[in-house]
Design a protein around this ligand. Sequence first.
Ligand SMILES: [Zn+2]
Length: 295
Amino acid sequence: MIRWLSLFILMFCSAAYGDQPSHLKVYISADMEGIGGVSSEKNQSSPGSADYEKFRRLMTQEVNAAISGAYDAGATEVTVSDSHWEGNNIDMELLDHRVRIVRGFPRPLGMMQGIDDTFDAVVFIGYHASEHQRNAILAHMEDGDKISEVRLNGVAVPEAGFNAAIAGDFGVPVVFLSGDSAASMEAIHLLGPIETAVVKSGSGFYSGTMLHPEEAQRMIREGVRRGVERRLQLKPYRLAHPVRLEITFKETFYAEIVSYFRNVERPTANSIVYTATDMTDASRFFNAIGYLHDE
Ligand SMILES: [Zn+2]
């Protein structure tokens, strides 16, 4: 009887509230080079630079648009990770109060710190393409001064691909990316038909044609809503284990000292291969070597 009664209550509740799930967690990872309006590291995206305060505000507004889109789609919990520079860019006072935020570096899962298998969808805001793309604004892979290319199981990946693979290990699909047209095309090529908002189109490394911020934010809110709604149609980016992490450095010195570690090979003078048990292991390794110095 009690069982029938609870079934009745459950049916009544789902009828009253439509198809809204009782629990829907969305993870938002935010970078800065792909924020609408940004085209200069020297003046806009480096903390302390001339216009940084303005552009961190625009980053916060794009993140807020994504948070609104997630809640429009029925999210019950949203986590944001501030994943640019030292991870302290988003203006805490302007941030939507419905979220928790991951801040500061270093951290073992890098731009995906806090992700786990309880999440339902991943959103990338302000992402940029990898270094080898043409007409890609401020394109690089993580530490662009040190690293020229990263491959996972033989496939060259942008930051979006590396981070999608971390989420994929936890069975969580990427549903949305905002950034320039190169970042968007690179992500769709690798991850499949995710939703994107192209907030600018690069005409070079430091130049492009941009949307007005309000229009960019409107597209992000709508795109994130559509992406979260389509989450069950989108596949997690799962890699076979163990994961072969191949890093090509700009200077041979880095490959040389990283090759001192166990499970590391050095197929060429300036590249290493680390055999990782899974993406968490690959990410821990990758984030640790980001702090190497050559002097
Ligand atoms: Zn980045």
